[in-house]
Write a protein that binds this ligand. Structure first.
Ligand code: SF4
Length: 289
């Protein structure tokens, strides 16, 4: 077979051969979600195939449900979807992954917003969802992942998909509310990240793990699947334990109050016309001022 048919036949065979290759012979690439964590030590350990902590079955189920939700959410966008699970790979930095979806807003729908956008879908619990909405900005690692999508799709498809920007689509796992953020491409952020990757690969070739990790006070260590075997992660836990400040009463009251208000808001929305109290009303009612 010649031409494109022959080429695609070859690609099918290569894919099957790669899939069946022994684990140690597989070429290693960086998944965008790992890179997005912001810890090059994590990325390096993953590339070296270091075993991770086994997830408890409940967490595993949560992740599997998350994957199912991604499909459902992507389906809601189908009237404007160009493609889902859009593959990209970069051989220079060895990054490979899938952008959740690329949507296209036609000029007939909105002339000012017309164009292509890379979509990243995230599901979160209520507390985190409401914190993100209250703060009015997506989580830093989610922003990083969106930047990697924008960079990777543009580079792999050689600017043939002129992305206008990214969208981070959050869904609240408990209430199914959603909240979307628009993210613009941040060249400086990507330049910094790519420089970190370059340094990491140079070190790895010399058999060295990078000394490039999250700051000791970062929340990410606690949830890292390498925490148990990572010296820096252990130091971070000790540091956080040592520097844990008791919360001032006012802050504690604020947290409790915010949770009450959020709970009421959630429940209030279920009742006809109910809106619940806002934080100021609750503070006045409990005489916390
Ligand atoms: S425990 Fe912390 S430093 Fe170690 S790999 Fe995980 S995130 Fe990085």
């Amino acid at each position: 077979m010649a031409g494109i048919a022959g080429l695609l036949t070859q690609i099918v065979e290569e894919t099957i051969l790669k899939r069946n290759a022994p684990e140690q012979e597989k070429e290693r690439y960086i998944p965008p979600s790992s890179l997005a964590k912001g810890c090059m030590l994590y990325v390096a350990m993953e590339l070296m195939g270091r075993p991770k902590a086994v997830l408890e079955p409940r967490i595993q189920r949560i992740l599997e449900v998350g994957t199912e939700r991604h499909r459902r959410i992507a389906a809601y966008l189908s009237p404007v979807t160009l493609a889902r699970e859009v593959f990209f790979v970069d051989e220079e930095y060895r990054i490979r992954g899938y952008c959740d979806a690329i949507v296209y807003i036609p000029p007939g729908r909105d002339l000012g917003l017309a164009g292509f956008y890379a979509v990243e879908i995230k599901t979160t619990g209520s507390d985190e969802f409401e914190r993100i909405v209250d703060e009015g900005q997506p989580r830093e690692d989610h922003v990083r992942q969106c930047q990697i999508y924008l960079w990777g799709v543009d580079r792999y498809y050689q600017h043939t998909i002129p992305l206008r920007g990214g969208i981070i689509f959050y869904e609240n796992r408990d209430t199914l509310e959603h909240h979307l953020f628009e993210v613009s491409y941040n060249e400086e952020l990507m330049k910094g990240l790519l420089a970190q990757i370059e340094r990491m690969w140079i070190g790895l070739k010399q058999g060295e793990l990078p000394n490039d990790h999250l700051p000791l006070d970062h929340w990410g260590h606690r949830y890292c699947s390498y925490l148990e075997v990572c010296e820096v992660g252990q130091q971070a836990m000790a540091y956080q334990q040592e520097h844990r400040q008791p919360l001032p009463d006012k802050v504690l009251a604020q947290i409790i109050g915010t949770r009450i208000v959020r709970k009421q808001r959630r429940e209030g929305k279920g009742k006809r016309g109910g809106r619940g109290r806002n934080l100021e009303e609750l503070v006045a009612e409990l005489k916390w001022d």
